[in-house]
Design a protein around this ligand. Structure first.
Ligand SMILES: NC(=O)c1ccc[n+]([C@@H]2O[C@H](COP(=O)([O-])OP(=O)(O)OC[C@H]3O[C@@H](n4cnc5c(N)ncnc54)[C@H](OP(=O)(O)O)[C@@H]3O)[C@@H](O)[C@H]2O)c1
Length: 242
């Protein structure tokens, strides 16, 4: 099995690489930090480090083309950024960077790989969305927008590619201990250890869950919140906007 995992230099992506070492023939680990990628590549000769900045969409398209004849069986589009939460209106460049990395780079990466999967009539595409896509925080405009866009993308893609036996798996994790959450200075309910969070992600991939949100208690609380009238919801959300 040949796999591409973006955001493979640390956090969830690095842990996913460790989990797939036994099953995979080759794992292309994509990230910017060459030094950290080298450490990951030292885990096994199966890991091929790919230094690539996913905000450079032209470079991502070139990489996708390079991968189109490598018989890629699974892409885990995991890389993502979350800017520090801010109650201020997001400057355009910051907004664009988040959307480019968290959302547009996914389609750029898949652009030449999906056609190769269609030819082979098999493949798995794993998207790492977030529970932040369920209730959009007023202090993380670009992040929640990018993740909600991913949810629509997953739904469209899943039903478009079903006839080719290509599975699209959309995963919505809650808070997991990584560099991304270490910088948050607010209370993070149901914060999970990295290993536990990645256990759940691997479970969803192996079971080919179409959509998998966790932890369930947090997910249902958010769904319940969304069932409330919009004026009531907004009143609560506006308390976080300062
Ligand atoms: N941790 C959580 O609580 C949580 C919850 C829900 C969803 N998620 C999602 O899970 C995914 C992984 O998050 P994480 O917590 O593991 O974050 P992390 O520890 O901050 O790691 C992010 C990864 O993405 C890579 N990356 C960032 N910008 C990049 C760019 N421009 N080009 C290429 N690679 C880039 C980083 O590598 P380099 O810095 O080396 O480029 C790193 O490997 C993200 O999509 C995140 O939104 C996380």
């Amino acid at each position: 099995m040949n796999v591409i995992i973006t955001g493979g230099s640390r956090g969830i992506g690095k842990e996913l690489i460790k989990r797939y070492l036994n099953k995979a023939t080759k794992i292309y680990a994509v990230a910017r930090d060459g030094k950290k990628l080298k450490e990951v590549a030292n885990l096994s000769s199966k890991v091929i480090p790919v230094e690539l900045d996913l905000s450079n969409l032209d470079e991502v398209l070139i990489f996708s083309k390079k991968m189109s004849n490598k018989n890629i069986d699974m892409v885990i589009a995991n890389a993502g950024i979350s800017l520090p939460h801010s109650p201020n209106f997001t400057p355009f460049e910051e907004f664009k960077k988040t959307i480019d990395i968290n959302f547009l780079s996914v389609h750029a990466l898949l652009s030449e790989i999906v056609p190769s999967m269609i030819k082979r009539r098999k493949g798995k595409i794993v998207l790492i969305s977030s529970l932040a896509s369920i209730v959009a925080s007023p202090t993380s405009l670009p992040y929640s927008s990018s993740k909600r866009a991913l949810n629509s993308y997953a739904e469209s893609l899943r039903n478009q590619l079903a006839k080719y036996n290509i599975k699209v798996i959309n995963i919505l994790p809650g808070f997991i201990k990584t560099d991304m959450t270490a910088k948050n200075d607010f209370y993070m309910p149901f914060l999970m250890e990295l290993e536990e969070g990645v256990d759940r992600i691997v479970y969803a991939i192996e079971k080919e869950k179409k959509e998998y949100a966790f932890p369930k208690r947090f997910y249902y609380l958010l769904k319940l919140f969304n069932a409330l009238p919009i004026d009531f919801r907004d009143k609560i959300l506006q308390k976080f906007a300062n």
